[in-house]
Write a protein of this length. Structure first.
Length: 377
């Protein structure tokens, strides 16, 4: 078994941009370092998080290059327009990656793309430079049909290997006709030493963490809070609806709006809460915040869409259609019936230890090794 030569991680989004994918990639780099595997990240400057960044950064055996790019908060507005999103995210990162590979191709054996736009780039770069190409998907693709379905299938079919975050995603790709022999399941993981339970205060606090966009259900959370003025809510996140959330929170004293915070501060926020809400109005790919919440001892209530039911079972969550009336009903029930809440809460930490540990990285390790072995055979 040969030593893995080097991994090129190709992604439009990377920390200090804040998001579930970005946090996952930080974890991936950490594990690659821990296993003494060299890696390189080619990405953009933060596109949705207003924060300082380093154009070049070294983390152990990982070299990160962030190419300055324009259009802060433009990406969320383009998500409904795939062609414009593609033009915005893809050509420039492809060009810079191509130039980088001309002089650095001998340092890597595998291109690991993150998402569909990166997969398009990865296919071409892998062909030109004779590399193996692995694509990780992070979502169940929404509203894909007709020509967009054919394009998506074409891009993914040309990858050497595809890792899907959920069974729902796998079934979607198989339905489209992507070769199921190329597809495998993977799971996110979290640092269970950072996200740990703490003794809860007597004040029952309800937490939401996520991008402040309509499809994440932030307006549902705001409406729920307005109908439950005697319950305390904490909201963490940033995005296009940040001003709306800020104004709403000033009018409702039971809402504490913290805005976007550093990822390193999140564990402390989870420890201050008693219950976590996810209100996604679309099929979530998995939901990293769910893992963080459960590891921190917080039962979860909320959306039953996408892969969320794969991430959580009834021992730690109550899932339903993400509507205001359902949130109100279940929050009242859990705060009035402590037995139900306590049963959910006591299961959280063991559940996280079983499902969300860094053992999930083994899927990547095995996949990298198989791809490199094929390349050398």
């Amino acid at each position: 078994m040969a030593t893995i030569k080097g991994i090129l991680i190709l992604s439009p989004f990377f920390s200090p941009n804040i998001g579930g994918v970005e946090s996952h990639l930080d974890d991936l780099v950490y594990e690659l370092n821990r296993h003494k595997i060299k890696s390189f990240v080619l990405t953009y400057s933060p596109l949705t998080t207003n924060t300082p960044y380093l154009s070049k950064e070294r983390r152990g055996l990982c070299n990160i290059i962030r190419f300055p790019w324009f259009g802060f908060q433009l990406f969320p507005r383009l998500e409904k327009y795939p062609l414009f999103e593609f033009i915005y995210l893809t050509p420039y990162l492809f060009l810079r990656s191509f130039i980088w590979l001309i002089s650095n191709q001998e340092k890597i054996s595998i291109i690991h793309s993150q998402g569909l736009n990166a997969a398009f780039m990865g296919n071409i770069l892998a062909y030109i430079f004779n590399k193996k190409h692995l694509c990780s998907t992070h979502a169940v693709y929404e509203n894909v049909s007709g020509i967009s379905e054919k394009i998506t299938k074409h891009i993914l079919s040309h990858c050497h290997k595809i890792l899907c975050l959920s069974k729902a995603s796998i079934e979607q790709l198989k339905k489209w006709g992507v070769n199921e022999q190329k597809i495998s399941l993977y799971r996110y993981w979290i640092n269970l030493k950072n996200f740990i339970p703490s003794k809860k205060s007597d004040i029952f606090k309800i937490l939401f963490v996520g991008r402040l966009i309509a499809k994440k259900g932030i307006r549902v959370i705001l409406k729920t809070a307005s109908l439950l003025p005697d319950r305390q809510f904490i909201i963490v996140g940033n995005g296009p609806l940040e001003d709306e959330v800020k104004i709403f929170s000033t009018k409702h004293k039971n809402i504490e709006f913290l805005g976007g915070i550093e990822y390193s501060q999140l564990p402390n926020i989870y420890q201050k809460a008693s219950l976590f809400c996810i209100a996604s109005q679309y099929p979530e790919g998995f939901g990293r915040v769910l893992m963080e919440a459960v590891a921190s001892g917080l039962p979860v209530i909320g959306s039953n869409m996408g892969a969320i039911p794969e991430a959580l079972d009834k021992s730690v969550s109550i899932l339903f259609k993400p509507r205001t009336k359902n949130f109100v009903t279940h929050i009242k029930s859990l705060t009035q019936n402590k037995n139900i809440y306590n049963n959910l809460q006591k299961n959280c930490r063991p559940y996280a230890q079983k499902k969300f540990s860094n053992k999930n990285f083994n899927t990547f390790l095995t996949t990298y090794q198989k791809l490199q072995d094929k390349d050398q055979s």
